[in-house]
Design a binder for this molecule. Structure first.
Ligand code: COA
Length: 393
């Protein structure tokens, strides 16, 4: 498979021209994720800087660059799907198609962010795109800090930002860093057309030496630490929901301080369908937010909410038209980030502290129940059926 991806190397804009040195170009203003949008000038500069990278970023990233470029310059993919045997064009088409209907402006911004992070990775430490004081690099996230905002962007758009074990661990690390850096706010958002499709179901297919019991136990410990990182997060935490959200990416929303969603977003927790049970403290936060009857529709009966419904239920703070989502949300966030840092952090802690012990307790109980569920026939059958359906397509 990896060999086949090498066929992608000749793309025009992933040539790694050495004629221009990175240092000769104006430095890309890194961390544009925190800015409202990328200008056409920044986009063109990013294109030029792409040609100066010394390291090949790998085919997966090149596919992502290709897709974002097409979306930014030609809009959503509307060309016929190439045949199965036309492998190179098929994977390129899949990558472009996976961006769905995100706007050209959003694609331009993601393109500039992505290339900014590649340039930063090759740049001297003082301009690296990581939170101040951090030397951490991430494989599954784009993390940046600008104007008082640390942005953590889930970055597996080709898998709808499904959360692998590595991504869980990286998010825990990124939250720990963001909690300590000198930013005022932290934002979590997704790349591509999805916010996040929840737990990567292939996590269940990687069985360690200790067998299924060990897999369930390890997954339980990871989930416990992951949710705890949100419960303990000391500063205002904002979710920028750029598209559909599934599973744990929805259940955690009760632990955010503000949730902004594009009208294109949906909120789905298909736990019983998967033979599983709720996590992310949602068995406590959802009934509290929306009442038991509405929470049960979601958590027991898999009801998928539109962004507007989620707003009415109190899960989402505000919904924005997709066309102006980025501009409106980032204008708001940039203004909030000018508020006094300590006052915001201390006020958040006051609001949350009465609940903390309760949330730890709920988290522990949810994890215990899930560890049992993951070993159940109902859950195994559901995971197998997900992968069998995929195999048939
Ligand atoms: N776990 C593993 N793989 C996932 C995934 C997940 N949670 N979500 C998406 N993917 C993969 C798909 O399998 C597909 O992989 P492929 O290109 O190798 O075939 C790729 O991401 C793109 O997804 P696809 O299913 O083709 O996109 P879609 O727009 O038709 O559907 C979803 C998107 C999210 C509705 C669908 O992928 C899905 O139902 N995923 C599972 C969601 C889930 O149950 N999460 C756990 C909740 S507890």
């Amino acid at each position: 498979m990896a060999g086949a991806f090498n066929l992608l190397a000749p793309w025009r804009f992933v040539r790694f021209a050495r004629t221009v040195q990175i240092s000769q170009l104006p430095r890309l203003k890194l961390h544009t994720t925190s800015a409202m949008s990328a200008t056409v000038g920044q986009f063109n500069l990013a294109k030029t800087q792409l040609g100066t990278l010394k390291e090949d970023p790998g085919n997966q990233v090149k596919l992502q660059i290709y897709a974002l470029f097409k979306q930014a310059t030609q809009g959503p993919c509307n060309t016929p799907k190439p045949g199965m045997l036309d492998f190179v064009n098929k994977v390129k088409w899949d990558a472009w198609k996976s961006l769905g209907s995100i706007s050209a402006e959003e694609a331009r911004k993601q393109y500039v962010d992505l290339i900014g992070s590649l340039v930063a990775a090759e740049a001297p430490a003082e301009v690296a795109a990581q939170p101040a004081g951090s030397s951490v690099t991430y494989n599954t996230l784009l993390v940046s800090t600008q104007d008082g905002v640390t942005t953590i962007q889930l970055n597996r758009p080709e898998k709808k930002n499904a959360i692998t074990v590595e991504m869980y661990n990286e998010q825990i690390k990124a939250l720990e860093q963001a909690g300590k850096d000198d930013s005022v706010l932290t934002v979590i958002t997704g790349s591509g057309d999805y916010f996040c499709s929840g737990n990567d179901l292939s996590n269940f297919t990687k069985i360690p030496d200790g067998g299924m019991e060990q897999m369930a136990k390890d997954a339980g410990e990871l989930l416990r630490s992951y949710v705890k990182a949100y419960i303990d997060f000391p500063k205002p935490l904002i979710a920028v929901i750029n598209g559909p959200a599934v599973g744990v990416s929805v259940t955690l929303l009760g632990l955010f301080d503000i949730v902004y969603a594009t009208e294109r977003a949906t909120f789905h927790t298909p736990f019983s369908q998967l033979g599983q049970s709720p996590e992310g403290c949602s068995s406590y936060t959802f009934p509290k937010m929306m009442g038991v009857a509405k929470a049960s529709e979601m958590l027991l009966f898999n009801k998928k909410l539109s962004a507007h419904q989620a707003c009415v239920q109190g899960l989402v703070t505000e919904v924005f038209p997709d066309s102006s989502f980025n501009n409106e949300v980032w204008t708001r966030i940039k203004a909030y980030a000018k508020l006094p840092r300590n006052s915001l952090a201390l006020s958040k802690q006051l609001i949350r502290q009465t609940e903390k012990e309760r949330l730890y307790d709920v988290n522990n109980q949810e994890v215990e129940r899930l560890v049992e569920r993951w070993l159940s026939d109902e859950c195994m059958q559901a995971i197998m059926s997900f992968f069998q359906t995929k195999a048939k397509l």
